[in-house]
Structures are given as structure tokens and as C-alpha cells.
Design a protein. Structure first.
Length: 201
């Protein structure tokens, strides 16, 4: 039997980042897991994780968006953050967003089994957590069957942390959640702020 305390946030958002990163570090030690994946668009959250996890025995993999998302020909991950993460012992992966792309493709090609899976993961607030596990596995940074902690956020920062059994993108249905470390009960506020920012551009 395993007993574990889960942190539930009334609202997700960047303000939960520090608590989420620290709780994930504690869970990694408790559960004997040495791989933590962190989603990071610009690399800012990745740097925070790298600073916290330096010299702890944690293998940190920071996963960003592919080139050209959401703006064609633009990479949102900042080179200075990439350099800082690597200097602190972390690894950066910017592979193909195979889960997110199913939604983008739907606009031209219609629904697909993958887009339905993606919508389900969005509803569960786990899309990014699952996607970065698949991306890291596709890149050979982790292996199918590895137990990893996957950290993501509500558009920015970190507020969702889950232990997964890893697998690659062809076997995405075998990426299995085991233990919830941190989880937002709502992303309504973060979603509203994100959409307002997008419409203002």
C-alpha cells in the first residue's frame, strides 16, 4: 500500500510554480524516481527547476514547443534559458508536438482518433503532461516503462505534477498515470487571462 498526499489548487496558475516544483522533488525522493520532466515554453520555468534540482541526483528534462508553434518560423524557447538549463545539468528537448498538432490538423483534416484523445486529455487537464512524456521518449531521453514525474502548467508556470509510466507517441495510450502530486481543480482564471492576452495582440 502506498500513501501519498496530493496538493489540490483551487485555481491553477504560475503562482503555484514554486510549491509544485518542491513537492515534485519531495515525491521523487519518497518514490525513488530520478527523472523529472518539466514543460516550459520560454525556458523560464525550466531554469527555475534546474536551479532547484541542481546536485540532487534528479535527471531534469525540460520540454518546449516545436519550432513554429504557435507563430511560424519562431522558436519561443529562449537561447539564454537553454544555456542556463544545460549549465545547471539539465537537458532540453524541443521535439514535435504530436499531441497538440492533432488539434491544429483538425482545422483542415477533420477529427481523428488522435484529436479525440487530445480533447479528452485537455478535459482531464493532463494533455501537456502526457505530451512531454511522449516527446522525451521519442527522443530517447527516457525509455518505455520508466517511472517519471511530469510537470506542466496552466499556460505558464507549473501547477500539475503526476507520476507516469512512460511510453512513446505510437503507444500513447500506454502512458499511464500512477500518482497525482499536484493538480489544479480549475484553470478558469488562467484560461481567461491567456485568452485576453491573445485577443489583445
Amino acid at each position: 500500500m502506498i500513501k501519498h498526499t496530493t496538493i489540490y489548487y483551487p485555481q491553477g496558475g504560475a503562482e503555484q510554480t514554486e510549491t509544485t516544483l518542491k513537492a515534485s522533488q519531495e515525491a521523487a525522493k519518497e518514490l525513488d524516481i530520478n527523472i523529472i520532466l518539466v514543460a516550459s515554453t520560454s525556458g523560464k520555468t525550466g531554469v527555475k527547476a534546474a536551479e532547484l534540482y541542481k546536485d540532487t541526483g534528479i535527471n531534469l528534462i525540460v520540454v518546449g514547443h516545436q519550432m513554429g508553434f504557435p507563430v511560424p518560423k519562431v522558436q519561443q524557447f529562449k537561447p539564454e534559458n537553454w544555456e542556463r538549463i544545460e549549465a545547471l545539468g539539465g537537458v532540453v528537448n524541443l521535439g514535435t508536438d504530436m499531441v497538440t498538432n492533432s488539434i491544429r490538423q483538425r482545422q483542415r483534416l477533420g477529427h481523428s482518433p488522435m484529436s479525440i484523445i487530445t480533447q479528452t486529455l485537455i478535459a482531464m487537464k493532463l494533455k501537456v503532461n502526457v505530451e512531454i512524456v511522449a516527446k522525451a521518449c521519442d527522443a530517447g531521453l527516457i525509455l518505455p516503462g520508466d517511472r517519471v514525474i511530469s510537470i506542466a502548467g496552466s499556460h505558464k508556470g507549473a501547477d500539475t505534477s503526476v507520476v507516469f509510466t512512460a511510453n512513446d507517441s505510437p503507444n500513447i495510450l500506454d502512458i499511464r498515470p500512477e500518482i497525482f502530486i499536484c493538480y489544479p481543480l480549475s484553470r478558469e482564471k488562467a484560461d481567461a487571462e491567456y485568452m485576453a492576452k491573445r485577443h489583445a495582440k
